[in-house]
Design a protein around this ligand. Structure first.
Ligand SMILES: Cc1ncc(COP(=O)(O)O)c(C=O)c1O
Length: 360
């Protein structure tokens, strides 16, 4: 069976070469006569996988020495609680920027632990814009500033790094990590669920600056304590071994593509192609302000929304799958992460042009 072009927002498409390698070595991994899922996480063979995941992540993202790189469970969602429990110490305030569904959920979770100062919100534009970089109202006494660098559902991505803040910056990069180069040293904590650009679901990447450790709430489980996990190779308990193995393969694949700088060029070309088509058409629409548009998640509507189900069904017939918009916003959404090739976006654009000719 041929593989479709899969525009799912997450868990999302994985590089075909990675899936083929996993398939080829599934029954007998590295000559052990067992699959990688069937060996102890305490074995040297498996520890090597986790060590390589960390090393490859460090080299791909140019992560400075004074940062820990850990792999946790519970998804990015768990981090909405783990971040305050690890970072607050005696502080009682968090600065938060609200730009869409995910940063709003983070606010909802973090307000259980501290007073929230909303440094900026774009709610009144229905989350179709970005706050101006010079219009963020930070408090002087917060433990940290939180924002979501790419809003997966709203299709909004920061085109600047939130910088010059009185307290360390914490960023949710679940849906755009590894898609473009950026300066890790500007951040206190970066976190990301794996199931978009890193690998399959089950793992959450946390990159944390050393000086922020040591304040964790002692009532929290050790498995969510950044400092303890970093001292234990992210293996205080049994990690999701198959997911970590897959992450190691995805990171090797990305290195073979030329790394983050090279994939960024491809990602820019893919996003430009799709937004150009939408902007030139009076049939399709994207509601997001041009300077706030995500290069990873492209939501779009058809002016006559009655055509949505026909569009989706015909796209599927052409091997273009999972283009439904998020259930909270409707319409369509094309998620075009690292592993979705340029040819996939070309095929989508051709399909969209033909559909417009037929129904426009
Ligand atoms: C930006 C963002 N943050 C957080 C989450 C929640 O992640 P998880 O489902 O891994 O807990 C998602 C999920 O898609 C997301 O896109």
């Amino acid at each position: 069976m041929e593989r479709n072009y899969n525009f799912c927002a997450g868990p999302s498409t994985l590089p075909e070469a990675v899936l083929r390698q996993a398939q080829a070595e599934l029954l007998n991994w590295h000559g052990l006569g067992a699959s990688v899922m069937e060996i102890s996480h305490r074995s040297k063979d498996f520890e090597a996988i986790v060590t390589q995941c960390e090393q490859k992540m460090r080299s791909l993202l140019n992560i400075p020495e004074n940062y820990k790189v850990i792999f946790l469970q519970g998804g990015a969602y768990a981090q909405f609680s783990m971040i305050p429990l690890n970072l607050l110490g005696n502080n009682t305030r968090i600065d938060m920027i609200e730009t869409g569904v995910w940063s709003s959920k983070a606010i909802g979770a973090m307000k259980r632990y501290a007073d929230i100062n909303i440094a900026a919100s774009t709610k009144d534009t229905k989350f179709t814009t970005l706050p101006e970089a010079n219009a963020l109202n930070f408090s002087e006494d917060s433990a940290f500033v939180h924002y979501c660098d790419n809003e997966t559902i709203n299709g909004v991505e920061f085109n600047y790094i939130v910088d010059n803040t009185p307290s360390p910056v914490v960023a949710d990069m679940s849906s755009n990590i590894l898609s473009r180069e950026f300066d890790v040293s500007k951040f206190g904590v970066i976190y990301a669920g794996a199931q978009k650009n890193i690998g399959p679901s089950g793992v959450t990447l946390v990159i944390v600056r050393d000086d922020l450790l040591g304040k964790a709430d002692s009532k929290m489980s050790d498995v969510f304590n950044y400092e303890l996990q970093s001292k234990n190779l992210s293996m205080i308990n049994t990690p999701p071994t198959f997911s970590l193995y897959m992450i190691d393969l995805v990171l090797t694949w990305l290195q073979n593509q030329g790394g983050v700088a090279a994939i960024e060029q491809v990602n820019n070309a893919k996003a430009t192609m799709l937004y150009d088509l939408i902007d030139k058409s009076e049939f399709y629409n994207n509601p997001v302000a041009v300077n706030a548009r995500s290069r990873m998640n492209v939501p779009f509507t058809i002016v006559n929304s009655e055509l949505d189900p026909i569009f989706l069904a015909k796209a599927k017939e052409q091997g273009l799958i999972n283009l439904e918009g998020h259930r909270s916003v409707g319409g369509m959404r094309a998620s075009i992460y690292n592993a979705l090739p340029l040819e996939g976006v070309k095929a989508l654009c051709e399909f969209m042009s033909d559909f417009e000719k037929q129904y426009g």
